[in-house]
Design a protein around this ligand. Structure first.
Ligand code: FAD
Length: 456
């Protein structure tokens, strides 16, 4: 099976050129090929394999969808994205840990925000339950909460690296041409300049993650937005698998797009704290001087300084709080508010960090909360594909391809054939991981039955 085109063929032209082989780029390429099997679809990726950046460096959580305002794209895609990625992983034999999530309350001041999460869950058709502190302890005996908590049975964990490789194999099988070590360098009209040579592209889809704004600018988009990178680091516990039965998250500050220090249970039932949301000083600033780019350093520090005055959110306060989390003891003690018996001695190993391609609105000086796409009849640009971008990838990619088709004037009389994992039935009820001596019976729901989501 051919996996790539020759330079000559690329020079002669492709129908669709996708920039970036992260989960968003690969999902879009697959969706285009599914709808237009005879189209020549190529993906260029500057790294030598998939998942080198955010798609391979995240928490691997399939979010349920109760954090997001009902009118957002995130809300529209999260519930179905969770269900479909879980079904995809199961169909491919990839592991899924259907461990669920507790959102616990630290003080009475957080009760109102917890109510907002319940309201959003209802509006978004998400299955959550209000549980008492006693019931929360039945779910996770170490959980600490004030009075009540939110229980989300559909939150789960997967292995993002395995997922990316499965998507890559699917893309190859579908006849998509994947070009690794191929960087987008610029454009001359409809010809894209790449490190492989020129590629004539009828349509360009920019899914370049941390560099998406730079590429969008070359096509006249992202005029009022720039990526402001935030780094997420993790601390791994050396406790045995199953030390926590479920994810334990705090009530978030809904004014910013980050979820606060929390405990994630990985697909292999191990525990990690994080990710943080520390300002990064260049786009691929994972650690040390790796990926160092002096131009980006100047640009990003300048932007961060600009936010010190007149931003719509407290950037300096956020930065100060986040930078403290580079101290292991601080990060562990903050997380220790959520569960009992957290011992710093268990948390000695830092994990692989990831960087959020967070969009900043320049005029308004505020962080963008939702996914953003901008495009026309020649190109489409995916901006702010931040969390829960992994969870949402499949339905989000369909939406993006709908938007591309609309701009190309393609009118579909009948929906395109479903992908093999696009099962129509309701998801099977998630099973709880079993652990001896722990009763994990979710209590009966006190909330109204979920309304059907408005998403497709
Ligand atoms: C710390 C962290 C934790 C997260 N946890 C979760 C989670 O638990 N659940 C969830 O749903 N979401 C999570 N997310 C969000 C999720 O990971 C992202 O939404 C998703 O991975 C974005 O995918 P992407 O394809 O847009 O970006 P990427 O994976 O970054 O892909 C973009 C690709 O474009 C390539 N590229 C860039 N520039 C060029 C160029 N010039 N030429 C060619 N190629 C280029 C890059 O090399 C990269 O491979 C998390 C994110 C972070 C940072």
């Amino acid at each position: 099976m051919r996996t790539a085109m020759s330079r000559q063929e690329l020079g002669a032209g492709v129908d669709f050129l996708v920039v970036g082989a992260g989960i968003i780029g690969l999902s879009i390429a697959r969706e285009i090929k599914r709808r237009q099997p005879t189209a020549a679809v190529a993906v260029i990726e500057k790294e030598l394999d998939v998942g080198e950046h955010t798609s391979g460096r995240n928490s691997g959580v399939l979010h349920a969808g109760f954090y997001y305002a009902a009118d957002s794209l995130k809300a529209r895609f999260c519930r179905d994205g969770n269900r479909r990625l879980r079904a995809y992983c199961e169909a491919k034999g990839l592991p899924v840990n259907a461990c669920g999530k507790l959102v616990v309350v630290a003080n009475d001041g957080e009760q109102g925000t917890l109510d907002v999460l319940f309201d959003r869950a209802r509006a978004n058709g998400i299955d959550v339950k209000e549980v008492s502190d006693k019931q929360a302890r039945e779910i996770e005996p170490r959980a600490r909460t004030k009075g009540r908590a939110l229980w989300s049975p559909t939150t789960a964990s997967i292995d993002p690296g395995l997922l990316m490789h499965a998507l890559k194999a699917d893309a190859i099988e579908a006849g998509i041409f994947l070009h690794f070590g191929a960087a987008f360098l610029g454009r001359d009209g409809d010809v894209v300049r790449t490190s492989l040579g020129p590629i004539a592209a009828r349509y360009v889809v920019n899914a370049a993650g941390l560099y998406a704004d730079k590429i969008a600018l070359l096509y006249g988009f992202s005029q009022n937005t720039r990526i402001l990178p935030f780094k997420g680091v993790y601390l791994h516990s050396d406790e045995p698998p199953g030390a926590l039965a479920t994810h334990v998250y705090p009530v978030p500050n809904l004014k910013n797009p980050f979820l606060g220090v929390h405990f994630t249970v990985t697909v292999d039932r191990r525990v990690k704290i994080g990710p943080t949301a520390m300002p990064a000083f260049w786009r691929e600033h994972y650690g040390g001087l790796g990926g160092f780019n002096p131009l980006e350093l100047g640009e990003i520090i300048g932007r961060q300084l600009g936010l010190a005055f007149g931003a719509k959110f407290d950037f300096l306060g956020l930065a100060r709080e986040e930078m403290k989390k580079y101290r292991r003891s601080t990060l562990v003690s903050q997380a220790a508010r959520l569960v009992d018996d957290v011992r710093p001695a268990h948390y000695r190993r830092w994990g692989q960090p990831g960087i959020r391609a967070q969009l900043l609105r320049l005029k308004e000086r505020e962080l963008e909360m939702d996914f953003v796409i901008e495009g026309d009849a020649r190109s489409m640009h995916v901006l702010n594909a931040v969390s829960p971008g992994l969870t949402c990838a499949l339905p989000f990619a369909e939406h993006i391809v709908d938007e591309i088709e609309a701009r190309l004037g393609i009118v579909r009389q009948t929906p395109p054939p479903p992908a093999m994992y696009e099962e129509a039935e309701e998801p099977a009820r998630m099973e709880q991981p079993t652990k001896p001596k722990r009763t994990r019976k979710p209590p009966a729901s006190k909330t109204r039955p979920p309304k059907p989501s408005t998403s497709s």
